[in-house]
Design a protein around this ligand. Structure first.
Ligand code: ADP
Ligand code: ASP
Ligand code: MG
Length: 419
């Protein structure tokens, strides 16, 4: 039987008619090389942002179910248009919504998780010699049968989940850069493309803000043994392959610098120093599905004193998080303060496990730049610092330089993003 290849095209790669036709040609070429092809497409260009803005024009707090009905339309448009372009190239194609493609999720609107892929309709279409276009970023909830969406960047996860269900040879993520770089090439022009990266490092990178692959797509690929190849949709060059084990030949101390400018911090003052205090606070946040990132708490210095807890959440969740905590005021804390303009810079590298002194170097570099570190968290292969949002860009550039991550194959040789 012919092998299956899943090809995912991101928003920039299908932004206008010319690019949709270009994607259609690449899909057809892969089919003509003797593969069965499923293409997962994102919404065109800034469509998702525009849909969110539309919702906010009519409602201060848009209803999540209706938000998903609205947001899911963007990827459907891309798929229908691309199917038309493929027909004109002389191939049979069919576009499917997430629900038609059998993407079953839990019920959490706007951040749903895929729990099953019932791929029989995709398989049938492939058996009928069709190219299948699946609308990314969406599914149908298992009990209420509502349309759901998978969170920003969710088409990556659709592609990986479909690849897993079909036993695809590879899941190719076509995007507007050549692959995964040592830092976001938009802010570090001499960042270097990595030929391969381990799941372990890619997970840390995705979790700390490298939006090139959605975190859940990397988790899903690791759990289901899917091979990801992240590459350029504009040129036919090899990109970055995510491997179960990193390349032992490529084991630098630090692999990448990542960042996020979309953080917010909440600080709770006057938290009782007793068992269960933190549990109450974080249970309230879990109930409303807010993903807490960094948490810092100190034991009160004096006996009978009260603790302070600070933690970060994605800025878009700040309102939900504060609303969930307000009823606990008095019993679980006395005061809550919020900082909206936070960012985060992280360095990731499996090599740091066996090398002391990396943290000291990070802090020194940031100090030399006059960047104030507000929170710190580490894992065996990552050091993250929460800093002011407007210092993030400079901090990333300084760390990338200090750890000597630049090299050949940088973005400066690549064609412009606007191509
Ligand atoms: P798509 O629409 O194709 O899904 P995204 O915008 O989600 O594209 O992801 C690609 C973008 O990710 C790049 O344009 C780049 O600015 C950004 N990015 C951030 N960190 C990295 C990194 N380490 N390597 C490559 N790209 C990165
Ligand atoms: N269109 C969605 C977004 O902009 C999903 C995706 O592109 O992966 O987040
Ligand atoms: Mg993306």
């Amino acid at each position: 039987m012919e092998p299956v290849i899943v090809m995912k095209f991101g928003g920039t790669s299908v932004a206008d008619a010319q690019r949709i036709k270009h994607a259609a040609r690449r899909i057809v070429e892969t089919r003509e090389r003797g593969n069965r092809v499923v293409a997962v497409l994102s919404a065109r260009g800034t469509t998702t942002d525009e849909l969110i803005a539309m919702a906010e024009e009519v409602s201060a707090v848009p209803d999540p179910r209706e938000m998903d009905m609205l947001l899911s339309t963007g990827e459907r448009i891309s798929c229908a248009l691309c199917a038309m372009a493929i027909h004109d190239l002389g191939h049979r194609a069919i576009s499917l919504t997430g629900s038609q493609a059998g993407i079953v999720t839990d019920e959490s609107h706007t951040k749903a998780r895929i729990i099953d892929v019932r791929a029989d309709r995709i398989t049938r279409a492939l058996d009928e010699d069709r190219i299948v276009l699946v609308a990314g970023f969406q599914g149908v909830s298992s009990t209420a049968r509502n349309v759901t969406t998978l969170g920003r960047g969710g088409s990556d996860t659709t592609a990986v989940a479909v690849a897993a269900a079909l036993g695809a040879e590879v899941c190719e993520i076509y995007t507007d850069v050549r692959g995964v770089y040592t830092a976001d090439p938009r802010i570090v022009p001499d960042a270097r493309k990595l030929p391969s990266i381990s799941f372990e490092e890619m997970l840390e990178m995705a979790a700390s803000g490298a939006g090139v692959l959605q975190l859940r797509s990397v988790e899903y690929a690791r759990n289901h043994g899917v091979q990801i190849h992240c590459r350029s949709s504009f040129e036919d060059t090899a990109g970055t392959v995510v491997l179960a084990e990193g390349d032992p030949m490529e084991q630098p101390l630090i692999t990448a610098v990542t960042h996020s400018v979309a953080e917010a911090r909440l600080t709770l003052v006057g938290v009782p120093d007793e068992p269960g205090a933190a549990a109450r606070i974080f249970q309230a946040l879990a109930q409303v599905n807010v993903n807490v990132d960094m948490i810092v708490q100190n034991e009160p210095a004096s006996a009978g004193g009260r603790a302070e807890i600070s933690f970060t959440v994605p800025r878009e969740d700040l309102r939900t998080a504060s609303a969930a905590l307000e009823p606990l005021a008095g019993e679980s804390f006395t005061e809550m303060s919020r900082s909206e303009e936070m960012g985060k810079v992280s360095i990731v590298g499996a090599g740091m496990r066996s090398h002391p002194g990396v943290a000291a170097k990070v802090f020194t570099v940031l100090a030399e730049e006059g960047v104030n570190i507000e929170m710190i968290a580490t894992s065996p292969i990552k050091i993250s610092c929460v800093i002011a949002r407007d210092r993030v860009e400079r901090a990333v550039q300084a760390l990338h330089g200090a750890f000597e991550l630049s090299g050949p194959d940088s973005i400066s040789e690549e064609q412009p993003f606007t191509a």
